[in-house]
Ligand binder design. Structure first.
Ligand SMILES: NC(=O)c1ccc[n+]([C@@H]2O[C@H](COP(=O)([O-])OP(=O)(O)OC[C@H]3O[C@@H](n4cnc5c(N)ncnc54)[C@H](O)[C@@H]3O)[C@@H](O)[C@H]2O)c1
Length: 346
């Protein structure tokens, strides 16, 4: 089977592609724009076993050429703009990649009579939970709160509409927060590791009490594979673990593993619209595909910290790139605020 994997040079897409090659599951045809978040180093070990096309999924003409040349049977769609903070500074780029890009893929999937279209969404589309509230189920309402989650929810709606309107064989997956090797250091865990390794202050949003459910990236890749193999068309599957953690506990665990003290933590103003808690009910995927997360947080975070220690050159290089890029975005955003007299967001 020939499977197109979009976003294959990203954090989760590359873990999934490496898994597919390791299992000999199919021939991955990888598509990635190689944006700031994409890195071919993540695929280096399996270079010979994959086909790679550098392409922007928002460019339909380019995508159409790839589909005609490759004639894929299935698509696993990871490619997206993924960082919430960036979506606050530049929402339009999220609409372009996440909504227009997804719609382009859906149209081409239809045209080429694709047998399976696996769309990777996020638990963030459900909005936020309070402390004691029941976990999100697949039937829950979509109440996105950030431009990122709004763009992902919009993509989910198009995926659903292509199923209902044209009968496209789609399946949607909503994973919770992933962590593990190769994550880009603008996200919490690698960013904290980078700063702690250098003994620098670690910014913590608000009081650090926001809760996320942490899923080791290899478990996520296995879950996506289980849905590709055994998931039902037209269905949605949550993926997650039962490892609900406050951000400050995650940071403390990293500091402990690196032998650093809590005095490195410095509290900063909360992110605007910061969701308090995400937690997903995963009974459906477990019952239907037999998948279960294998890596407990304690083990996963230790493996992750160890990996970044060994890959500190990559970590620091990427962190510097991320910082420069965010500063550029922030500069453009400040300029726009001044121009438009927009002052509600500090
Ligand atoms: N990381 C998480 O914790 C998490 C949790 C839930 C869902 N997700 C979803 O999983 C998917 C993968 O996330 P990730 O963490 O690996 O993201 P990532 O940012 O590490 O990787 C995204 C990849 O997509 C590529 N890309 C971006 N825009 C593109 C475009 N227009 N055309 C082609 N390629 C493009 C990038 O170059 C990059 O390689 C995303 O859809 C994300 O919304 C991630």
């Amino acid at each position: 089977m020939k499977v197109i994997v979009t976003g294959a040079a990203g954090f989760i897409g590359s873990a999934f592609t490496r898994l597919a090659v390791r299992k000999g599951a199919f021939n991955p045809v990888c598509i990635d724009a190689l944006s700031y978040a994409g890195d071919l180093e993540r695929l280096e070990q399996i270079n010979e076993k994959i086909t790679f096309h550098q392409a922007d999924i928002a460019d339909k003409t380019r995508l159409a050429e790839i589909f005609s040349a490759e004639k894929p049977q299935a698509i696993v769609h990871f490619a997206a703009e993924t960082h919430v903070d960036r979506s606050i500074l530049d929402p339009a780029s999220f609409i372009r990649a996440n909504v227009i890009g997804t719609e382009n893929l859906l149209e081409l999937a239809l045209e080429h009579r694709i047998e399976k279209f696996i769309h990777i969404s996020t638990d963030e589309v459900y909005g936020e939970l309070s402390a004691g509230e029941e976990k999100f189920r697949e039937t829950g309402c979509l109440l996105p709160n950030s431009p990122y989650s709004a763009s992902k929810a919009s993509a989910d709606m198009f995926v659903r509409a292509f199923r209902k309107t044209y009968g496209l064989p789609v399946t949607t997956i909503r994973p919770s927060n992933n962590y593990g090797p190769w994550q880009y250091p603008e996200k919490l865990i690698p960013l904290v590791i980078a700063k702690a390794l250098r003994g620098e202050k670690i910014p913590m949003y608000g009081k650090g009490e926001n809760i996320r459910t942490w899923l080791f990236v290899e478990d996520c890749a296995e879950a996506v594979m289980s849905v590709l193999e055994a998931g039902r068309q037209g269905e949605t599957y949550n993926i997650g673990s039962n490892e609900e953690k406050m951000n400050r506990d995650v940071i403390s665990a990293i500091l402990r593993l690196l032998g650093k003290g809590e005095e490195l933590i410095t509290f900063v103003a909360d992110r605007p619209g910061h969701d308090f808690r995400y937690a997903v009910d995963t009974c459906k995927i477990e019952k239907e595909t037999g998948w279960k997360p294998r890596v407990r947080f304690e083990e996963g975070i230790e493996r992750t910290v160890q990996w970044y220690r060994q890959m500190s050159d990559w970590l620091f290089k990427k962190e510097a790139e991320a910082k420069a890029f965010t500063e550029q975005l922030r500069g453009r955003f400040e300029e726009m605020k001044t121009r438009k007299g927009f002052s509600s967001f500090s």
